[in-house]
Design a binder for this molecule. Structure first.
Ligand code: PMP
Length: 409
């Protein structure tokens, strides 16, 4: 019989299913707190003013064409993307210890990194396990599984404090076999909004150095979390300073609002050593081969927009301003939500709403409460109790707080 007959029905992606249900809901008071995409106070997608400008510059360029990019992508984009992470005066850059490949946004970067590690990061011929935070961005699991890397988890979210379970995390890192791959969210952890403090990052780095673990950083929210690009890169820069060999998957979806343009980058960084530049060159050659067979070369337009901004002083300053607008509005919504809940005397503590950072908040609401919010109040959020802060605005935050109050009581 035809082999396709044996293909079973797969479940719909939970997040995209939620988006579909929201669209179909005809209630005028419906609230979308599902997908992690920025919205303005008018609940609409926001094209960053600096992106509009870059777009106009590109469109008015008589030499604009739609040719292929090189396999590793647009060099004026990837070099600046790397500087953004490491800082422009990073010794890793001057010592040629880092190589960068443009990817299909952050997802493509995680995938290329996973594929590269599946091919080359082995001990006695066997793949190493990747340890993911519990919980993590749901896609991490399938991206690593797809390339045959075994997946395990380390404790991360403490249900009691709604903060970081640093002791549980460190214990798991100690218990993991030496040379494990540890996936770390550089800032604005998805889905919890809980980040380690600088002191906790130092402790994590220390354990990882002792255990010779391999850091795999995923950074999808630089500048979007605190509003400060350098501050949101602190953890990565600390690990680089400590001399780790590591990789970084970088997304420009959120911080440039370039979601559908798929602008991202994958970086490999070698530890300081006499052969570091040689290692980096060899890694680059292998990444090019993997990239060629996967996507041949990356999409051009989003990279050109980002490159236009990253290479122009005035536009860069304007971008920083746009980042402060987005992160500032989100921080304001955190404050508003917390104070409304406290005003209502909603049972429980709500300080975690303002302690957490970035696009998401892990509210602590149970699946049952989440489903009640959907059925009775037309509020759409993921079953784990995560809300996208960007879905809140001055017009719906009261409504949402009251709905939460009702389902918690
Ligand atoms: N990693 C994390 C932790 C994310 O939250 C996201 C976005 N949801 C991504 C990677 C990648 O997103 P994209 O492919 O849209 O850049």
């Amino acid at each position: 019989s035809f082999p396709a007959e044996a293909v079973p029905q797969a479940p719909e992606d939970a997040l995209f299913g939620l988006m579909r249900a929201y669209k179909a809901d005809e209630s005028p008071s419906k609230v979308d707190l599902g997908i992690g995409a920025y919205r303005g106070d008018d609940a609409k997608p926001w094209v960053l003013p600096v992106v509009k400008k870059a777009d106009e510059i590109l469109r008015n360029d008589p030499n604009l064409n739609h040719e292929y990019l090189p396999i590793a992508g647009l060099a004026s984009f990837t070099s600046k993307a790397c500087e953004l992470l490491l800082g422009p005066s990073s010794p890793a850059i001057s010592e040629k210890r880092v190589t960068s490949v443009q990817t299909i946004s952050g997802t493509g970067a995680v995938h290329l990194g996973a594929l590269f590690l599946a091919r080359f990061f082995k001990v006695n011929g066997a793949n190493r396990t990747v340890y993911l935070s519990n919980p993590t961005w749901a896609n991490h699991n399938q991206i690593f599984e797809n390339v045959g890397i075994p997946v395990a988890t380390y404790p991360y979210f403490d249900k009691k404090t709604k903060g970081l379970d640093i002791e549980g995390m460190k214990r798991a890192l100690v218990d993991a076999p030496d040379h494990s791959i540890i996936l770390l969210h550089a800032c604005a952890h998805n889905p919890t909004g809980v980040d380690p403090t600088p002191e906790q990052w130092r402790e994590i780095a220390e354990v990882m150095a002792t255990k010779k673990h391999f850091p795999f950083f995923d950074t999808a929210y630089q500048g979007f979390a605190s509003g400060d690009l350098d501050r949101d890169a602190t953890a990565i820069r600390y690990f680089v300073e400590k001399g780790f060999e590591l990789v970084i998957a970088q997304s420009f979806a959120k911080n440039f609002g370039l979601y559908g343009e798929r602008a991202g980058c994958f970086h490999f960084l070698a530890s300081p050593s006499p052969d570091a530049a040689g290692i980096t060159t060899r890694v680059a050659s292998q990444l090019a081969i993997l990239q060629r067979s996967e996507i041949s070369n990356p999409p051009i337009y989003g990279a050109k927009i980002a490159s236009t901004v990253l290479n122009d002083k005035a536009l860069f300053a304007e971008w920083q301003d746009n980042l402060r607008t987005m992160s500032g509005r989100i921080i304001d919504m955190r404050k508003a939500l917390r104070s409304k809940l406290e005003e209502l005397g909603t049972p429980g503590t709500w300080n975690h709403i303002t302690d957490q950072i970035g696009m998401f908040s892990f509210t602590g609401l149970s699946e049952k409460q989440v489903l009640r919010l959907r059925d009775e109040f037309h509020v759409y959020m993921t079953k784990n109790g995560r809300i996208s802060m960007a879905g809140l605005n001055t017009r719906n935050v009261d409504y949402f707080a009251k709905a939460v109050d009702k389902v918690v009581r």
